[in-house]
Design a protein around this ligand. Sequence first.
Ligand SMILES: C[S@@+](CC[C@H](N)C(=O)[O-])C[C@H]1O[C@@H](n2cnc3c(N)ncnc32)[C@H](O)[C@@H]1O
Length: 264
Amino acid sequence: MSSGKIIKDFLHKDIIDIQLLLCLALKQKKEQLFANPSYELTKKELNKLNKLIKDRNNGKPYAYLSGSKGFYHLDFQVSSDTLIPRPETELLIDIAIDLFKPNQAIEAIDLGTGSGIIAITLADKCPEWRISASDKSINALKIAKKNATKDIKFYHSSWFDELTGKTFDLIVTNPPYLAENDSHLEDLKYEPIEAMVSGKDGLDDIREIIKNAPNYLNEGGYLLLEHSDRKQKEIVELLKDSFINIKTYQDLNGLDRAILAELR
Ligand SMILES: C[S@@+](CC[C@H](N)C(=O)[O-])C[C@H]1O[C@@H](n2cnc3c(N)ncnc32)[C@H](O)[C@@H]1O
């Protein structure tokens, strides 16, 4: 049934992401919208579009409406159980790839994998690496498993709890790192809080990972962490007992964002 509304009625309206929302509602590419501006929406399509517009206006991120987000060179399914991949996390991929050769048979694990972006991207770029991934959230793991294009071992585990006896050449992690009262949380109300918040100072999870990582690293192994731009110095201090050759990195916005450390 026709709705009496055509694409052109919306195309240039001042509505956030309207062209993308039209693409989703009509299952069309942008070029198709512009090629058929007089196409009349069915009632079903109009209802779907109105719902998308309402959700987007209420602040729901576009990635949760489309159900996917690009990261590095791949597209990942996301859901309300997973954090939306952030471009700054691509820094971890570049650092990890520089550490070893792609054809070296190393063991690596991505702790707190979420939608699987770090593990899956590394597995795709470095075919010889044996890659594992873990998360405390069973629902996030379900999404990560759907996203996996290569053979990855998945663990349902709170940090190292289910990894007894396993050791790795590289532990990479982008754990929750916001403080409970972080002002950014207001803008992040659609993302899972347990993927973002880590105690009063945002360091609870990082402290636990740094404390336990040495037991799960091979000789000369590395811990690679993403962290809050305000905590780099503090984290470097936490690492000094058990790690050497501590290197710090900034993201593309010039913010302190990652640390690499080698087991002492
Ligand atoms: C900041 S998100 C990062 C997700 C993904 N690596 C990314 O960059 O999109 C942190 C992830 O850690 C997981 N997590 C939180 N607490 C955990 C714990 N105690 N053990 C394992 N994973 C945990 C969350 O479920 C979430 O998927």
